[in-house]
Every structure is written in C-alpha cells, then in structure tokens.
Design a protein around this ligand. Sequence first.
Ligand code: ADP
Length: 481
Amino acid sequence: MLKDASLLRQAALIGSDWIAAGDGAIAVTNPATGDVIGHVPNLGAAETNAAIAAAKAAQTSWAARTAKDRAVILRRWYDMIVENADDLARILTMEQGKPLPEARGEILYGASFVEWFAEEARRVYGDVIPSHGVDKRIVVIKQPVGVVAAITPWNFPNAMITRKAGPALAAGCAMVLKPASQTPFSAIALAVLAERAGLPPGLFSVVTGSARAIGGAMTGSETARKLTFTGSTEVGIELMRQSVPTVKKLALELGGNAPFIVFDDADLDAAVEGAIVSKFRNNGQTCVCANRIYVQAGVYDAFAEKLSAKLATLPVGDGMSEGTVFGPLIDAAAVAKVEEHIADATAQGASVASGGHRHALGGTFFEPTVLTGVTQSMAIAREETFGPVAPLFRFETDDGVIALSNDTEFGLASYFYTRDLARAWKVGEQLEYGMVGINTGLISTAEAPFGGIKSSGLGREGSRYGIEEFVEIKYLCFGGI
Ligand code: ADP
C-alpha cells in the first residue's frame, strides 16, 4: 500500500543504531479498525541515556558547522518529507485515524517548519552594544543550548515533531525524541528520512517505550539542557517538577480551553465555517480547538441551526475511505470523556441539538455533536473536551463575554467573529490568550508564533521567535582596547 514500504519501520533509533521491536514490544493499532499495524520496541532509561550521550557527541561538531551547511541538510530533509508526503500521510492515518487529506495536510504543514527553520538557521543574529567604558567592547552571540529532549503527543504525530526538531537542529542542537506510544511510526519515518537526507548520526534519536522511564531519564539528565514538550498540562507540570534539580530550560505547549465568540454583527456563514474548522479539525482533538462557543443572543438560534445543518452533511468514517471528514477518536478513554461532558451538560439543562451519541460505525467513532443552552457551571466550560462536541453558550454584552472567555486557567488559542473594526481591536487586546483568530478558525502556520500563557505553557514554536527557544545568549566583554 505504501510506495516505499521501508518508511514503516518497526524500530527505534538510538544514535546510529536501529533497535528492532523484540520481546515486550508495544503494539500500535489503527483506531478506525482496531487492527495492529506493527510494533515498536519498549525502551527505557538505559536507551534514553545512550541516545543522549550519542546526541552530545554529535552536537558539538554539528554546532561548529556553518549555519548554511545545516540549512542545506534540513532543506534536503524537507524535500524528502514532501516527496514522500503520500506515504507519510498513510502511515499517519493508519496510526492516528484522521482522514487521509487531513493527514496529508499535516505532513505538508509539518514539513513547512523544517523549511522555515532551514531558512532561519542563517539569521540567528547577535548584537554589538555600545559599551560602558572607552577601553571596552560588548558583543552578544547566540549559541545552541546543546542536547534537547522532546516529548510529543499523538494528535499531530508529524507536525509536533518537526516544530521542535526543525528549530533545534537549525540552531545547532541535537534532539532525543520520545513520540507518543499510540503514534510512533510517523516519528520513526521522519527519522528514516532525516538519515537519508544526510543528517549526521546521533543528532536525531527516536526512543519508543515507557513514558515514565524515558521522561524520567530525560528530565534527570545533566547533559540534556532543554526539554520541549507538547501534551497535557498535568504531565507538563510533572515534567517541570522533574526538571527542577537540573535547572533545565523548558518549552511547554499544554492544554487549552479556547473560546470562540460570535458577535451579532458577524458574517454568520463565515463564523459557521470557522467554527467547524476550529472545533472539528482532527475530530476536536487539537489543543487549539474551540472548546466554548459563545454566541450573542441575537444570532444564537440561527447559528445553532446553521451549524447543525452543516455538520449533518459531513461524513464520519475510516480516514482511509474517500470522502471521510471525521475519523474515529484516538481511543476508548477519549470517547468516555466526550460522553461524560455531554451527560454532565444535559443533566444541568443543556440540550442536544444534533448528534450526541456513539456513531453507528461502532469502535471509537462518535457523532459530531452540537449542544445548546450550555452554561459556565458545566464541566465542558472548564475542561478540554478533546472531541467532536460544540457547546453553544448564549451571551449579551462584550464585557460579559470577555470576562467569561478569560475565566479559565488556560490561555492558548481564542477566536472571534465580528465586522466591527473597533470591537476587533478591543476584544483582541482583552482576550488573555497567546493567540487570537479574528474572523478565522485556522491560525497555525510556520510563520507565526504558536504558544500559550497561564497554564497553557511556556515558549513559542514557529516564526522567527521559535529558534530563540534553542539558543543561549552569551555576552563577550572585550577589555584593554
Ligand atoms: P495526551 O492527553 O495528549 O495523550 P499526555 O500529556 O498524556 O497527553 O501525553 C503526551 C506525551 O507525554 C506522550 O508522548 C506521553 O507518552 C508522554 N507522557 C505521558 N506521561 C508522561 C510522564 N509521566 N513522563 C513523561 N512523558 C509522559
């Protein structure tokens, strides 16, 4: 089924050694069918430490090369990812479930970070600062932080890796990656292509296995100078705690609870489109998915109707099947959380406007759902649902909806629709979020800084700011001049 079957490799990469799945290997299943796709080795602290040591050995000479040298190799990696996009998309859909066109979109989106940071590698500028003494000169240079440990989630098995590895390698760092156990094959395929692109051995290891053992070795390592993590706030806090003794630099992309506000002057059809893109992309399983949809009273009923009507036209199915728009959820626990949120909301007075149940296809398929009459006291208002449920809250005033939107410990993405320019500025400034989509439900791109405030994390990925996460500032003071 793949044009190049060698991209689906049942092995982890430790330095320059491929370690095949053997005894006690982890089975990876297709969430659409339950079939086992293959196995990856169940590795732990020893292999993680070996990968970190190999990374350290490779990193010094990698950092000593010119930025252009590094950029050329990264560019080749980018080209290979794009050339193999169809195969990579198939592997991604098989292990993650998202529809094939969406998976292909992720591969190209993921590749764009490698391209972008290959370009940025040559623009890591320093400073010359007017000095405090006539016989002194002050120069600031930027140097790679060194070995970077990365832990990534299953919802974007490709892009969450390239967003970290692209800037890290461009800056002159080495990376040891632990991909999510549900979706390791996309990560491994990236490593196969990196090797083919000529990335020197040791610079990009992929360690599969126990999250606790691998995460513990990463955070405990003196050699790994930075940890970059995308996942839940709960695990992020634990990793932050574990990183204290080694005073590790951290980049954390954690949970969100995105508000999506529809003002009564909005272009309603555009708002419905935006809500579908934002809420239902990857079947609601992204950290920037709209989690609370606030609709102003005057357009509330019309919006609810249009949204339900549009959703009814979008097919649910196996991501490999032609025409599928919504795939399965990742696992049974994800379905249970969706059901809990619906049950809690309806018990407190919300109504199901459409969907609301497990899908007739069985497994982890779920009907795209719209809830009306949702209020701030319901669990869905406070917790990330991570599933295909659009809860509609009714609001009256701008100040009121801003207060409701900001009433959360999270601060990742937010969205609103209005045609009033003054309102757009004011609301944009007042939303306490790292990212604000104004009249758009899609904000992620390599050119822009992705990241959150409050409990949504630390640091930014993408954009010219993204590479700053992987360098240290060094100040050189020249005296006796
Ligand atoms: P999600 O809800 O997206 O699965 P998690 O935070 O549970 O988010 O998982 C994200 C990544 O973190 C996965 O690769 C997972 O294996 C890893 N992970 C989970 N628990 C730990 C832990 N205690 N230490 C290190 N990594 C962990």
